[in-house]
Design a protein around this ligand. Structure first.
Ligand code: ARG
Length: 581
């Protein structure tokens, strides 16, 4: 419910509580769980009764009696042990609805006030294809970026490419083995700028090289030596690294575009490489890093810990920097961005300990002081067997496999319904398939995993992305058919109208809640609820065929409000809506 509506009730309650000598901090109302009883409810009489030693019913009666004179409320009733149920006057609700519709922000508060939030999401690794985990990060991260942006934050989306680790050494060592005479390895520049392999070869090469390193210590030693040489600045290896990175990033950028994901920066671990040694030296000099078995570590355990938080490994015995090191150095660089207030890492929940270590080490080192550091973790995408989703061949599922499967299922549906022209079907199937995957990714608590069941996700009914798309398409077409008819303010009087309008007015509060909790699922559930309420309203109330013109224009106003908030919500989820479906 629109925050301002609730806060107006709270203000009325505050006046009444003051007059009645009730504890002022209890003067609050909340949306009613049972609309038949009222629009909002105040439970304060129960708590006040404990403080004052009076029966709650008597207190509730006093509150209700005092509120009854207020023209904003059509009914104030006491129920149960002492609940005060309040129903808004239709005119009051209508005014609030008209105000929301006229507000360009649709009731979403400017909470960020221009403060900067960095969203670290996507996190693809160079030379490896995007997999389902990256998909979740991309979808959740993009939605969070949009939600925080709507709440008035200045957002900076950063893909934080994994481009400086052992996989790069594994690749160059494998390429060297195939052709040691390549200029990259002979130290004789100039080096070709094009990659010596195609994208397909590269994507095959990495798993092969990784497997070989796992099985053969000599291969692993070669990969480590190349990684160390690369990190030490070997010009040939740097040139090869650069070419492979470019090839891989170009492909990933195409995937981002397909998913409608926007990044402000495609920075990677490698971008902070020159700052690693200075930070390490500084931490050592200040006694924050200590030597341990040839390596350098930062102790991050705290007295109250209930489970062990091991030291953060800063530099390995062979001198190589690690994942945590680049995260610390990257944070140090981000802290220099003007106005930075928050960094949100949208990364697999299984990395929770890693982020705890990084955040604690940052605190100890005084890196990013005063900046709110949050790990917004997420669970795994599972197959119908409940185990992490695999391809039909049993391999690690790539993002493209998953999207292809959803798009294929969507295409079957589109064929079956045959409502759109043949030429439009492939694009429609893609849009529906994407929406299906995104909605599934965003629904529910992000920390829990979900079952990827393409068949179910592309359904037009139930809690699905296509159901939301369909509601928007239906509303758009309805309003298009109303061209030339009068559209009045969204005044609701019947229960199906009021319930829809009241829920629409909750948009701002839901966006805030989703932003605070970093849970797009809150908004996804709300949008689904709106779509359902609209469907009920449309079943019960005539709109275009309504003969009473005043009533029709009110209802068209309600449809306009519904479309405005639903369209905005769907956009914040990062879901596109096709023209027809
Ligand atoms: N590249 C990492 C992975 O694939 C994710 C990076 C997440 N972001 C970060 N700042 N550590 O697991």
């Amino acid at each position: 419910m629109l925050l301002s509506l609730i806060s107006q009730v709270d203000e009325a309650l505050a006046v009444v509580f003051h007059a009645l000598g009730l504890p002022p901090h209890l003067a609050h109302a909340e949306p009613s769980a049972r609309p038949a009883l009222g629009d909002v409810q105040c439970h304060a009489a129960l708590a006040a009764a404990r403080v004052l030693g009076r029966p709650p019913r008597a207190i509730a009666d006093d509150i209700a009696a005092a509120l009854r004179g207020d023209a904003r409320f059509a009914a104030v009733e006491v129920a149960g042990p002492g609940f005060v149920n309040i129903r808004f006057a239709d005119t009051f609700l209508g005014t609030a609805a008209a105000a929301t519709l006229a507000d360009p922000r649709l009731g979403v508060a400017d909470e960020g006030q221009g403060a900067l939030v960095v969203l670290d999401f996507g996190g693809p690794n160079v030379a490896k294809p995007l997999h389902v985990g990256h998909l979740r990060s991309l979808v959740l991260g993009e939605s969070l970026r949009r939600i925080l942006g709507a709440l008035g934050w200045r957002t900076h989306g950063d893909a934080h490419l994994g481009d400086w680790g052992l996989q790069m050494g594994m690749l160059s060592a494998a390429i060297r083995l195939r052709d040691p005479a390549m200029p990259y390895f002979t130290g004789a520049g100039p080096y070709p700028t094009n990659a010596p392999v195609t994208l397909d070869e590269l994507e095959r090469l990495y798993p092969e090289a990784a497997a070989a390193c796992r099985d053969d210590p000599a291969r692993m030693a070669g990969a480590r030596a190349d990684t160390a040489a690369l990190q030490a600045g070997d010009p040939g290896l740097l040139a090869l690294w650069h070419a492979l990175r470019q090839l891989s990033v170009d492909a990933q950028v195409r995937d981002f575009a397909l998913l409608g994901v926007h990044f402000d920066a495609l920075d990677g671990e490698s971008d902070v490489r020159d700052a690693i040694a200075p930070l390490v030296d500084d931490l050592r000099a200040r006694g924050i890093a200590r030597a341990s078995e040839g390596a350098l570590v930062v102790d991050v355990a705290l007295p109250g810990d209930t489970s062990e938080v091991p030291p953060l490994l800063l530099v390995k015995a062979d001198g190589a920097a690690l994942y945590a090191t680049t995260d610390l150095v990257t944070l140090q660089a981000r802290a220099r961005m003007p106005g930075l207030a928050k960094v949100v890492y949208v990364v697999d929940q299984r990395q929770a300990l890693h982020f705890e270590q990084v955040f604690r080490a940052a605190r100890r080192a005084g890196i990013a002081d005063g900046v709110d550091l949050v790990h917004a973790g997420f669970g795994t995408v599972n197959g119908k067997d409940g185990k992490p989703f695999k391809t039909r061949q049993g391999g690690v599922a790539r993002l493209r496999d998953l999207l292809d499967e959803a798009v294929e299922r969507a295409a079957e549906r589109v064929e079956a319904s045959a409502r759109v022209a043949v030429g439009e079907r492939p694009a429609l199937a893609r849009s529906i398939g994407m929406a299906a995957v995104k909605f599934a990714d965003l629904s529910g608590d992000r920390v829990s995993g979900y079952v990827f069941d393409a068949e179910r996700l592309v359904a037009f009914e139930g809690k699905t992305g296509p159901y939301l798309q369909y509601a928007v398409v239906r509303l758009r077409s309805l309003l298009a058919r109303a061209a030339g008819m009068a559209v009045g303010p969204p005044h609701a009087t019947l229960p199906a109208e009021r319930e829809l309008v009241l829920a629409c007015l909750g948009f701002g509060a839901k966006v805030s809640e989703a932003g605070h909790l970093l849970q797009p699922g809150v908004l996804a559930a709300w949008a689904h609820d709106i779509a359902q309420r609209f469907s009920t309203f449309y079943d019960r109330c005539e709109v275009l065929r309504e003969t009473d013109e005043t009533c029709r224009s009110r209802r068209l106003g309600i449809c306009t409000l519904t479309l405005a908030v639903l369209e905005r919500a769907v956009a914040l989820l990062g879901i596109d809506v096709p023209a027809r479906m």
